[in-house]
Ligand binder design. Structure first.
Ligand SMILES: O=C(O)CCC(=O)C(=O)O
Length: 257
């Protein structure tokens, strides 16, 4: 199973419209992959709070349309990172969109843990309530977004629900880069699962992004790690390694609580 993580530059000198077109082109170029992953809130940037109202969209909005067409053209599963969703009652959510290779929207996930440190997300957005997995042809993927990474109990729930891949789009700040890479590895080791952690690059809303997207295997080995600029990571995964790791070193079996 081949996965491509697109560490997108979210600098504000590029308009949302042109970034959508550019990202769609990058997705189309990944036709050899089985799964393509984008970062959190890549159309605006995760810290561009002032743009959230303007670019909030329904689940069949402009970003979804562009991503659906790109997934179908490339014939890939596409985890489209996340968008600012405007729900029917007007509430905003940080919502991930997963498309199948025919372009159908197969799954959505509303970020459960809202980032409250600088008040932006936690005051502007509602929090999701559903722990969400999606069955891909070769593996079950568990969905989480950015700040969720700090909450191991979510990942244990995803593991209990059968997740073999933990897919984490993010817009993580560079000033806490060590937490991003460390916690990504920790979630892989403690759940004996692949972690696909896809951050954005660049600076927006005054927040430099961590970059350093990475793919970690179920033993905690980093299979690929990006630098700080826009970059594409392409990695071959073997989902059977999840069961093998869990059988060879059965930590999950020995849980007490
Ligand atoms: O937890 C962190 O340090 C960063 C989280 C974050 O930036 C987010 O969830 O948007």
């Amino acid at each position: 199973m081949r996965a491509s993580l697109l560490q997108i530059d979210v600098n504000p000198y590029e308009s949302v419209d042109s970034r959508r077109d550019r990202v769609a082109g990058l997705v189309r170029a990944q036709s050899g992959a089985d799964l393509v992953v984008l970062p959190e809130l890549w159309p605006t940037g995760a810290f561009a709070y002032e743009a959230f109202e303007e670019y909030a969209e329904p689940l069949d909005g402009p970003t979804a349309a562009v991503l659906s067409a790109a997934a179908a053209d490339a014939s890939v599963w596409l985890h489209g990172g996340s968008v600012v969703e405007r729900a029917g009652d007007g509430t905003l959510y940080n919502t991930s969109l997963v498309f199948g290779p025919d372009g159908r929207l197969e799954r959505t996930y509303r970020k459960i843990h809202r980032f409250g440190f600088d008040k932006g997300e936690a005051t502007m957005m509602g929090g999701g309530e559903s722990v969400t997995t999606v069955a891909l042809p070769d593996a079950v993927a568990g969905l989480a977004t950015c700040y969720d990474l700090r909450f191991p109990e979510l990942f244990r729930r995803l593991t209990d629900d059968g997740a073999q891949l933990l897919v984490i789009p993010a817009g993580w700040p560079a000033r806490r880069r060590e937490h991003w890479t460390l916690l990504s590895r920790a979630r892989a080791v403690e759940n004996q699962a692949y972690v696909l952690a896809c951050c954005s690059a660049g600076t927006h809303g005054g927040v430099e992004q961590a970059g350093h997207s990475q793919v970690v295997d179920p033993w905690g080995e980093v299979l690929a790690e990006a630098g700080e600029d826009e970059e594409i990571l392409t990695v071959d995964l073997d989902p059977a390694r999840v069961a093998k790791t869990r059988a060879d070193f059965p930590v999950l079996r020995d849980r007490v609580l």
